[in-house]
Design a protein. Structure first.
Length: 309
């Protein structure tokens, strides 16, 4: 009896909707009361809920969508990013600005002595740039972290530190992160003559091209030490710019060159492929997470250096 009464009530409601005597009805598939409408005596599903979505969004009729599947489109991308950052104890960065149409660092190639030496990028964008040196530590968790977070960085690699496992850096490069030159053996270039400096730089250019497929455009002298012979050698080896830095990441905090201890738009940040031995027990991923937090705390996001040089 109760079921018959409900059916009669539903039929009466449908008739009133069809006649236009009442408003607020939503036409549903096959002339029903519409997705999200509840039978009499049951609460209506809230807008935006899986029940209210009905058969849309790829969910089959009568089944709830997969509770772990993110929503499609931009909302889904945000959900994926938030989940990835939460995994590492972080929150997502704001969307980075589009790369400039004209790169603010000019790299003229008309003469070897004209290779620019930079420690920051002239830009009004509230962005900084991450660079990671040497290649001593080869923590597989760092590869996972960068695959999850999609934070761009440039690797300045030294052959004597990476030759034991060239393959470790290939998935990082495949993510779009730059491979750059940090010499064959990491000497203080100012102690070497012009020919020896050129051997260190050109030799690493050839090694990195053979290993990773592209000759680097950027070069960082070990310890940040260089002279005009370094600059000339870099130009002869096909380098577009010598890259220094403004801040360096230690274990839990940054070391600043400026007294106000603040990041500025366009700053280049130095870090190293280091592990617990050099980080007093901390891991590469812990150091990286701390660095990303320091950047966020000052309201910056991370951009790709090669888009600006």
């Amino acid at each position: 009896m109760k079921k018959t009464t409900l059916n009669v009530a539903a039929a009466a409601l449908a008739a009133l909707c069809a006649s236009g005597l009442i408003s607020g009805c939503t036409a549903g598939e096959g002339g029903g009361t519409g997705a999200g409408a509840a039978p009499p005596g049951e609460p209506s599903a809230p807008a935006g809920s899986p029940a209210a979505a009905g058969s849309g969004g790829g969910a089959s009729r009568g089944r709830s969508p997969d509770p772990v599947s993110p929503a499609p489109g931009a909302a889904g991308e945000r959900e994926r990013a938030e989940a990835a950052y939460r995994k590492w104890g972080l929150r997502p960065f704001p969307e980075r600005p589009a790369p400039p149409g004209t790169k603010p660092v000019r790299t003229p190639r008309t003469g070897a002595g004209e290779v620019p030496v930079i420690s920051g990028i002239p830009t009004g964008d509230k962005v900084v740039f991450l660079t990671i040196d040497d290649g001593v530590e080869k923590d597989p968790e760092f590869v996972t972290m960068m695959r999850d977070l999609k934070v761009p960085f440039t690797m300045f690699l030294t052959d004597s530190e990476i030759r034991s496992d060239y393959g470790y850096f290939k998935p990082l490069a495949a993510l779009g992160n730059g491979v750059a030159n940090h010499t064959l053996t990491h000497p203080d270039l100012r102690t070497l003559g012009a020919d020896a400096q050129q051997k260190e730089i050109c030799g690493q250019q050839a090694r990195l091209k053979d290993t990773y497929g592209t000759a680097p455009r950027l070069f960082r002298p070990p310890y940040g030490n260089w002279n005009e012979a370094t600059r000339a050698a870099a130009g002869r080896c096909g380098i577009d710019a010598i890259v220094l830095w403004r801040e360096s990441m230690q274990i839990h905090d940054m070391q600043y060159q400026r007294g106000d201890r603040k990041l500025r738009p366009g700053d280049i940040i130095l870090a190293h492929f280091r592990g617990p031995k050099d980080l007093k027990g901390a891991t590469m991923t812990e150091m990286t997470a701390a660095m990303l937090r320091r950047i966020q705390e000052q309201g910056f996001t991370v951009a790709r250096l090669e888009d600006y040089v």
